[in-house]
Design a protein around this ligand. Structure first.
Ligand SMILES: [Ca+2]
Ligand SMILES: [Ca+2]
Length: 358
């Protein structure tokens, strides 16, 4: 295109010059003057176009060189293969919000995971109304990027592990297996499952640290639950001890004054996710985390690591409340505990996978 514009410019120049020195100019001065003005204006725009074309060509060439200098990756992220494309480093490795599944050596896939962005947050009783010492002092925690189970681990997922390792399958209480959250698993069972996944995938699976869990449950919110402070708004967001549960289970404890439709566990993903794309992180089943329970947050780590030292190893932390918890328990900051050998009908767990950096 640039060559064509140069040719037209040259033609205008020659034609205009010729006209100015011809008899035609003497006989038709006004007409020639008019044509010359039009030719000059046209030439101006042509010259500007040619300049812009040349500038764009230089920029395109620089971009092309820059792209060629990027590393060409041929890398598997989860089960998604990215082939021979130059990709910015952030997208290439572990982008926040990415949902993926790792492949298992025995065939099939590990549970669905979602990448949680790095960030910091205030952990503990930030409303100042819980009245519990073990949620204080409120403290800032920095969290590195990691991946978390999009859902609680299901019976189907855990049964695959049990079948592969000859482990006894947990009782489902006749509520159904499949995509219901696994229950009746001890802390040790949960850890064994994460170790099996690590061996099967070559990636680093484990239980969440307590601070990772609370950061993920809050998903950037500062209310007592990711949907707000009102426990009676729970039923669109979580399977809790609701009117349905109250009617069927007849428990004397306080309940959420709304109807979620499930008296026991609900299949995963039936309610609204939080802003990190995590389902059922409040309610459904309590979730084991890796930490031992400390009586308060004095000297708690501020870097998101597992806090195991300096506390009773027979007191592991549970988080999030369950299908039959008092509404006070179904809060992001609430800390429950149990013996790591205990198996219960309202206790399951959720995975963490460490972010890869290369
Ligand atoms: Ca319920
Ligand atoms: Ca849960």
């Amino acid at each position: 295109m640039t060559t064509l514009k140069l040719f037209i410019l040259a033609f205008i120049f020659v034609a205009t010059s010729g006209a100015l020195f011809s008899k035609f100019f003497k006989e038709h001065k006004f007409l020639t003057f008019l044509v010359s003005v039009i030719a000059i204006i046209g030439s101006f725009y042509l010259i500007r176009d040619i300049y812009l074309d040349m500038k764009n060509d230089v920029i395109a060439e620089l971009k092309s060189e820059s792209t060629q200098n990027q590393p060409i990756r041929n890398e598997s992220i989860g089960n998604e293969l990215i082939q021979n494309k130059p990709i910015p480093v952030e997208r290439e490795t572990f982008p926040a919000g990415k949902v993926f599944r790792d492949s298992l050596q025995i065939g099939g896939y590990a549970p669905e995971m979602v990448v949680i962005p790095a960030g910091n947050f205030q952990m503990g009783d930030i409303q100042g109304d819980s009245g519990r010492d073990n949620e204080k002092p409120v403290h800032w925690v920095n969290i590195e990027k990691f991946a978390m189970g999009k859902y609680e681990v299901t019976f189907a997922e855990y049964d695959k592990f049990a079948n592969a390792t000859g482990r006894e399958k947990p009782d489902d209480e006749n509520w159904g297996r499949g995509n219901r959250p696994v229950i009746n698993v001890s802390w040790h069972d949960a850890v064994a499952y994460t170790e099996w996944l690590t061996q099967q995938t070559g990636e680093d699976y484990r239980l969440p640290s307590e601070s990772e869990w609370e950061y993920a449950a809050r998903a950037g919110t500062k209310k007592s639950r990711y949907w707000g402070n009102n426990p009676n708004d729970a039923c669109r967001y979580a399977n809790v001890h609701d009117n349905t549960s109250k009617k069927e289970n007849g428990l004397s404890l306080e309940h959420h004054k709304c109807t979620d439709g499930y008296a026991k566990t609900a299949p995963i993903g039936k309610f609204r996710a939080n802003d990190f794309g995590l389902y059922d992180i409040i309610g459904n089943v309590w979730e084991w985390v890796a930490d031992n329970l400390h009586s308060n947050y004095t000297n708690a780590p501020n870097d998101g690591r597992i806090w195991a030292e300096g506390a009773d190893k027979n007191s592991r932390v549970l988080r999030g409340g369950s299908w039959y918890s008092n509404p006070y328990y179904s809060r992001a900051a609430f800390r429950n505990r149990s013996d790591p050998d205990i198996r219960d009908v309202n206790v399951g767990f959720r995975l963490v996978r460490v972010a890869r950096t290369n």
